[in-house]
Design a protein. Structure first.
Length: 157
């Protein structure tokens, strides 16, 4: 899944890391002849690459990034009280992650990542939802669940 570069920082070894709009970080080293990223060596080169998309395999696997902040949690829903829009394809806004928490019963979660995610969540399980990814849920019998919304921190520059 492609995500825009929004900032940079240096890791504990002094290697440059591109901060992606999804909240994940990705190393962007210049190590010729295998990794040719001379643009990372100076500030003007880095600034020129802001907004450039990089592939984020962690989003494809729906792995939550570190340092997210909880914004809000929905009320607990069941198969009759859940909003109808959750049953059809929809997306969470860019810059926000979702986390479905199943309290009781079973819930099917389908996301259009690459490869796709199609899982059945049981009691006391959770599933991350990446920003901007089309997904839907389907109650499988009696279920109680809620959704947490988490914000991506602002980039360092």
């Amino acid at each position: 899944m492609l995500r825009a570069i929004v900032g940079y920082h240096v890791d504990w070894d002094g290697d440059p890391v591109a901060e992606l709009a999804c909240g994940h970080g990705q190393h962007v080293r210049h190590r010729p002849p295998f990794q040719l990223r001379e643009w990372i060596l100076d500030e003007a080169g880095r600034e020129a690459r802001l907004g450039t998309p990089l592939d984020c395999p962690w989003c494809d696997r729906a792995e939550l990034p570190d340092r997210l902040a909880l914004v809000r949690t929905t009320p607990e829903w069941d198969g009759t009280t859940m909003p109808a829009g959750l049953r059809r394809a929809h997306r969470i806004a860019e810059g926000t992650w979702g986390r479905i928490v199943v309290h009781e019963g079973r819930l099917r979660f389908v996301a259009r990542t690459d490869p796709g995610i199609d899982v059945v969540l049981g009691p006391d399980t959770a599933q991350a939802i990446p920003p901007g990814v089309e997904h839907e849920v389907e109650p499988l019998g009696q279920v109680r669940f809620s959704i947490e919304f988490l914000s991506v921190p602002p980039p360092t520059r």
